[in-house]
Design a protein around this ligand. Structure first.
Ligand code: FDA
Length: 391
């Protein structure tokens, strides 16, 4: 016998849980399906187990999408303050870590428990642990088969996220569904992901574990945060951020010692000619990094013995140290997926597919990707809210 609902939500991650709760609390009968054995698995591992659940500096320009305007409407109608109000209503203690990033004091489990409680308040039927069967559409109804059961509803929400971290149950199911319903997909690619170095640049692997603050740049994008050298290449927040903007073949530059003004090495030479270049660089950079940079610059000895021309060249190189990554660590290590279901076919107010009434796309499945630091969850909440109010 086919069970009937007002909406079937596919994917019990951040977006699916919040959308189901929103619609359920409006009196809609909602079925929430996930093939994983429990809901919200990515929430549980997020933010090192403390879930960076939003960012107070959320703004549309902190999201990548082929359609730069798409996220504006949903983000403006459900803000970080709105989600924070919910978190506080549940008595979940939180703190701002840095750069507007809000984390639970305790555990990400609290966020999942809150979302499940919100679903329970809305009478949402949550079913986890069975593979999704065929999704069919006809006579204004969507039909889903799962675990030997069948359900139908006039609304179907695609909230199955993107393929980053497959071992957490992530799949490209959203894109298959999109194609089934005639929606376009913007080529998905790993984002917020460590970059790999090969060949000559692999020398920097010797620095595995060394971290320093830089300004990482690629094209017009620039992020000032820590960069970390790894045994495969580059990571750390500055690199993860810039990776979302990087395309194969492009150069990423890192500005070491970002607070030093132009001419700083020449000034140091005049003030302290007997001091070595190594010592001066070591005042702001880890020793192991200084050794590699000096070797690469081909400079050593006292500042007074180095020409102004050589020091000016060193300053310029340190301010735009070029790396040409040969790739990234891929979906296995990517925090999110950039690209996804083309927003050109969706309403920015409701997330409904223009050509398929009743079909909605929310969260990471859509071609909207936030910066590192709580922006992706805020998009999940905001897009879920928009769809949950429209169903
Ligand atoms: P999400 O991936 O959460 O949920 C999709 C659901 O669909 C999953 O439950 C999955 O099992 C299910 N599913 C997939 N395929 C299916 C299929 N074929 N059939 C049935 N179900 C299927 N963001 C942030 O803002 N702050 C943070 O602290 C972090 N930290 C973080 C750490 C790590 C390690 C990762 C990998 C990611 C983050 N993120 C993050 C990103 C954040 O987790 C991500 O953007 C959101 O979870 C996206 O929410 P969605 O609900 O769209 O997808």
């Amino acid at each position: 016998m086919t069970e009937t609902y007002d909406a079937i939500v596919l994917g019990a991650g951040a977006a699916g849980l919040f959308c189901a709760a929103t619609a359920g609390q409006r009196g809609k009968r909602v079925l929430l399906l996930d093939h994983a054995d429990q809901p919200g698995k990515k929430i549980l591992i997020s933010g090192g187990g403390r879930c960076n659940f939003t960012n107070m500096h959320t703004a549309p320009d902190r999201y990548l999408s082929s359609n730069a305007h798409f996220a504006k409407s949903a983000l403006s109608r459900y803000t970080p303050a709105d989600f924070l109000e919910l978190v506080e209503a549940y008595g979940i203690a939180w703190h701002e870590k840095t750069l507007g990033q809000l984390f639970c004091d305790g555990s990400a489990k609290q966020i999942v428990a809150m979302l499940l409680e919100e679903c329970a308040k809305g009478g949402v039927a949550v079913h986890c642990g069975d593979a999704l069967g065929e999704i069919a559409h006809g006579d204004g109804l969507f039909r889903a088969a799962f675990g030997g059961r069948a359900a139908s509803a006039p609304a179907l929400v695609i909230a199955t996220g993107g393929p980053s971290i497959p071992k957490m149950g992530a799949t490209g199911a959203a894109y298959d569904l999109a194609r089934q319903f005639g929606l376009k997909v913007v080529q998905p690619r790993p984002a917020l992901v460590p970059l790999t170095l090969a060949g000559d640049e692999a020398l920097f692997r010797d620095l595995s574990g060394v971290s320093t603050e830089v300004i990482a740049r690629c094209g017009k994008a620039a992020f000032r945060e820590a960069a970390l050298f790894t045994h495969r290449g580059l990571s750390g927040p500055a690199i993860l951020q810039i990776s979302s903007y990087w395309q194969r073949g492009q150069t990423v530059t890192t500005q070491f010692l970002p607070d030093r003004a132009e001419g700083w090495l020449r000034e140091a030479k005049r003030e302290r000619p007997r001091t070595s270049l190594r010592k001066v660089l070591g005042e702001g950079l880890p020793e192991r990094l200084v050794d590699v940079l000096c070797a690469r610059l081909g400079l050593s000895g006292e500042l007074g013995a180095l020409s102004d021309k050589a020091l000016a060249a060193a300053e310029a190189t340190l301010a735009r140290w070029p790396f040409v990554p040969d790739g990234s660590e891929g979906f296995a290590k990517a925090e999110v997926t950039a690209g996804g279901i083309d927003t050109g076919g969706l309403s920015s107010k409701t997330m409904e597919a223009r050509k398929v009434p009743g079909l909605y796309v929310i969260g990471e499945a859509a071609d909207v990707t936030g910066w590192l630091g709580g922006y992706n969850f805020q998009w999940a909440w905001a897009s879920a809210r928009a769809a949950g109010l429209a169903i």
